[in-house]
Design a protein around this ligand. Structure first.
Ligand SMILES: Cc1ncc(COP(=O)(O)O)c(C=O)c1O
Length: 431
């Protein structure tokens, strides 16, 4: 059978735990179905990207209408959906982030942001990133991310300077969160002034660390980094590829924290399931010149049309408010569950950017990655796709990041499954 032969010829090995990778055939809202007719509640929104819910008819209709007009236009041309989208993004962009550029993947948006920073700081040679960052899997962004344990690509990757950041659940030296934040800011400032040769062009960070362990950085740290960038004339890049378009309960984490970077990378949710990413940059920065940045399909009109419909739907359906309310409901319920399930060590937000950290012992905070894999497997059997983290961070997170229009009933069901499987894992004693 073609599907079986196809499976054997795939070049990417399935990850541990995915040996029987599911073949998806259909998706609607928060639900997906596999080729065996099984239904799952998708609490991963796939790559945390279906904020609007899968296959929203408004997005599909917009994409089909666009398909009938023009499918492909190289970057030497404008298209109507491109211009409409740019005006729309300008309307919702934080602060003066009013100049916008596009590509199709988050990793390339990050590369675009890095290029723009270097373009604006031609005499500086370094980019600083946070130690638990995740910025993608292209050669450059992989190097800017949490160190890959088996990185075979080092010989041709650029070098970034990694600095420590606060971790509210595991502060250094048992400091309180604010003291940990001050310490990290001091270390960052020392690194800027004495830790690198050749000046710092940009500091790049996710406002909430995602794949590297879902770490909610204290606002004092975010603000402190903004101040250091202002003091030293450094470009501040925020990677909002995962936090953007309502996930935190606001349109962007920048709105949530009230802090505006100089460049913001966006991606994932903007396309309503279609590939699209890009950057918003401050009007104070110079833009690209011809030849600096162009990709054959980077301005894919079908994705642009889908994105226009997606942004309208996020606004019209008040999905930011829904994310805030359902997220608060979820974290309250998780606190209740934590009262009876000792594996839960910590609950993180905000909005529908929700995770729980599983630990063997709440005092020592020893991570329980095996339990996380087990929750994923047992969740699957019970019809819920939970997110987990296997490559970066401590590997012990369970992520609950459903589409923002997930219903309260679906949330209650998924939390019930989580409660039940945690109970069974605790009882088995194997974690
Ligand atoms: C914060 C962040 N930045 C960048 C990326 C890379 O995006 P993409 O996979 O579209 O290249 C991701 C993807 O998970 C991400 O979460």
């Amino acid at each position: 059978m073609a599907a079986e032969r196809g499976k054997r010829s795939l070049i990417h090995d399935p990850a541990e735990g995915d040996k029987n990778k599911i073949t998806l055939v259909r998706a609607r809202g928060s639900l997906v179905w596999d080729d065996q007719g099984r239904e799952y509640l998708d609490f991963t929104s796939q790559a945390w990207s279906n904020n609007l819910g899968a296959n929203d008819p408004r997005v599909i209709d917009a994409a089909i209408a666009q398909l009938r007009e023009i499918v492909h236009a190289r970057p030497n041309f404008n298209t109507l959906p491109l211009l409409t989208l740019t005006a729309k993004l300008r309307d919702i962009s934080p602060g003066d982030l009013n100049r916008i550029g596009y590509c199709l993947h988050g990793s390339l948006a990050i590369e675009m942001a890095i290029k723009l920073a270097f373009k604006n700081k031609p005499d500086r040679h370094n980019i600083i990133v946070l130690q638990d960052a995740y910025h993608g899997r292209s050669l450059t962004t992989m190097a800017a991310s949490w160190p890959h344990p088996k990185n075979a690509f080092l010989p041709i990757q650029p070098r970034f300077t990694r600095v420590p950041h606060p971790d509210p659940y595991r502060p250094r030296l048992n400091l309180d969160v604010e003291a940990d934040s001050r310490l990290c800011l001091q270390l960052l400032e020392d690194t800027v002034s004495k830790g690198v040769d050749g000046g710092v062009a940009a500091i790049m960070m996710e406002p909430i660390l995602g794949n590297g362990g879902h770490i909610e950085l204290p606002r004092s740290f975010l603000l402190g980094v903004r101040n250091i960038c202002d003091k030293f004339g450094i470009v501040l890049i925020w990677d909002e590829i995962q936090t953007g378009f309502g996930r935190t309960g606001k349109m962007f984490a920048s709105d949530y924290y009230g802090i505006v970077p100089d460049i913001m990378a966006f991606g994932k949710a903007i396309g309503g399931g279609f590939p699209l990413a890009g950057i918003m940059a401050s009007e104070r920065l110079d833009g690209f010149e011809a030849g600096d940045d162009a990709l054959s399909f980077g301005q894919f009109p079908v994705s642009m049309a889908a994105a226009n419909a997606t942004i309208d739907a996020i606004i019209n359906d008040s999905l930011c408010d829904k994310a805030r309310d359902l997220g608060a409901f979820a974290t309250d319920r998780l606190r209740e569950i934590m009262g009876r399930r000792r594996l839960i060590g910590n609950i993180r937000g905000p909005g529908l950017f929700v995770s729980v950290e599983l630990v063997k012992d709440r005092i020592t905070k020893e991570p329980a990655p095996k339990a996380a894999v087990e929750v994923y497997k047992r969740g699957l059997e019970k019809g819920v796709l939970f997110g987990e983290s296997r490559y970066a961070g401590l590997g012990n997170l369970i992520k609950l990041k459903p589409p923002l229009d997930c219903t309260r009933e679906q949330m209650v069901f998924a939390l019930g499954v989580l409660d039940e499987v945690l109970g069974a894992i605790e009882e088995s004693g194997r974690y």
